[in-house]
Design a protein around this ligand. Structure first.
Ligand code: FAD
Length: 387
């Protein structure tokens, strides 16, 4: 695979700051949309506020290790995810995860998942992870795209026959230009962030603004904790725990079962109620430790033990709570703004893919109506220029 990513720095005064289509947000929805449009021949630039690709397909480098603090794994469910999983497996990005997956019932019992789904073909519940870290998914999808990173889109204004997207540098050393003009804009960010952005333009109809304002998300607090290697051998009977109805915990996984590690690394995700209560707590490490203390009930070796490293990440927009009921939203004009992401449904990455493709179709319909490659054609062609 050609892992080279085309992270171009814009050049002042060049045509690069005037494109056909600007895509805001380099999560899975934005990247698949941008790549499909690029392969159809459109000139596309993706703008991303963070330093990485993939959005919530996120991996943090912690000392001597990588931990996935967003997407935990992918499953072959839905119509599009199996296509993505097969393509990523073929290119060595994903592998099956050999995991003892258990659920924790409201009575606090740990039950191996097979008890619940003994009638299900085990192949159907295979989970896939990226040994290099979940952010490898975004890197794969972005490899042929021009992505302007560390730039947040802060306003949209109509200027003649173009949209002007005003950008703000969110890291030191990000060069001008900090704006972009485009014939069409795709906004592929969580709905509340999309709301803020489109509030800056009068041109978008109030019905669209109202529809997006009605979408809501649950927050999450994710803890990554590293312990000495022998803890991995300690008796616990599970590698991943899915909590049902717990007020504090949503999920816990032994990250070091995903990739080679010289230590035991855990990732713990808080349940929405706990995350909401503690989101603005001044001492995040104390919040992280409280979640680990709760987990000790299911992993006694954690009792009275402090991690060698601890990182806590807050996701203000983690999981769709109230979704929008179509695959994307589009202004019907010759200068379209199209909006979408995983908030257009409840199936997470499957929804992000479906929405990304729907946004590309809506843009293509409004701008010259070029035909688009299918998802599998898009994925097959990725990186082919370097192969
Ligand atoms: C803790 C956690 C665990 C999860 N586990 C799973 C799982 O196991 N399986 C699963 O299917 N899904 C899981 N999900 C959900 C999954 O991650 C999302 O559904 C999916 O990644 C959403 O993709 P997206 O492209 O719609 O949005 P995002 O990934 O949020 O991408 C949006 C991007 O837009 C950028 N952005 C936002 N505002 C601006 C702006 N103004 N200017 C420029 N850039 C901007 C953001 O930085 C981000 O990169 C999990 C999520 C979390 C938080």
């Amino acid at each position: 695979m050609n892992s080279q990513t085309n992270v171009q720095q814009p050049v002042i005064g060049s045509h690069r700051d005037d494109v056909e289509i600007a895509v805001i947000g380099a999560g899975i929805a934005g990247l698949i949309c941008a790549e499909q449009l690029r392969q159809a021949g459109y000139r596309v630039v993706v703008v991303e506020k963070s330093r990485g690709f993939g959005g919530r397909a996120a991996t943090k480098r912690v000392p001597n290790f990588r931990a996935d603090h967003g997407i935990r794994y992918l499953e072959r469910s839905g119509r599009l995810l199996p296509v993505l999983i097969d393509a990523l497996r073929d290119r060595g990005v994903l592998e099956p995860w050999d995991v003892r997956f258990c659920r924790v019932t409201p009575e606090g019992m740990i039950e191996p998942e097979t008890l619940r789904s003994s009638d299900v073909d085990p192949a159907q519940i295979t989970r896939y992870i990226a040994p290099a870290g979940a952010n490898a998914i975004g890197k794969f999808l972005a490899q042929d795209l021009t992505v302007w990173r560390s730039r947040r889109a802060i306003s949209l204004t109509q200027a003649g026959d173009r949209w002007r997207v005003q950008l703000e540098a969110v890291a030191d050393g990000v060069d001008a230009p900090l704006s972009l003009t485009a014939r069409a804009v795709v906004v592929a960010v969580p709905a509340p962030q999309a709301s803020e952005l489109i509030a800056t333009t009068e041109t978008i109809a109030p019905e669209i603004k109202d529809a997006i304002a009605a979408v809501s998300y649950h927050p999450c607090i994710s803890v990554m904790a590293g312990y000495s290697a022998e803890l991995a051998e300690a008796d616990r009977g599970w590698d991943a725990l899915q909590f049902e109805g717990d007020r504090d915990l949503f999920w816990a996984g032994v990250e070091s079962t995903k990739r080679d590690a010289d230590r035991c690394c855990l990732t713990v995700h808080a349940a929405p109620e706990f995350a909401r209560d503690q989101f603005d707590a001044p001492d995040l490490n104390a919040v992280g430790q409280a979640l680990l203390d709760r987990l000790a009930q299911y992993f006694p070796a954690l009792n009275d033990r402090r991690p060698e490293f601890l990182a806590v990440h807050r996701w203000r927009y983690a999981f769709t709570d109230q979704p929008f009921d179509r695959d994307c939203l589009s202004t019907r004009s010759s200068l379209p703004v199209v909006l979408g992401g995983d908030w257009c449904g409840t199936e997470q990455v499957e929804t992000a893919l479906r929405s990304g493709l729907a946004m590309a179709a809506a843009v293509a319909q409004a701008v010259e109506g070029r035909s688009l490659p299918t998802l599998s054609e898009v994925l097959d062609s990725l990186g082919s220029e370097g192969r």
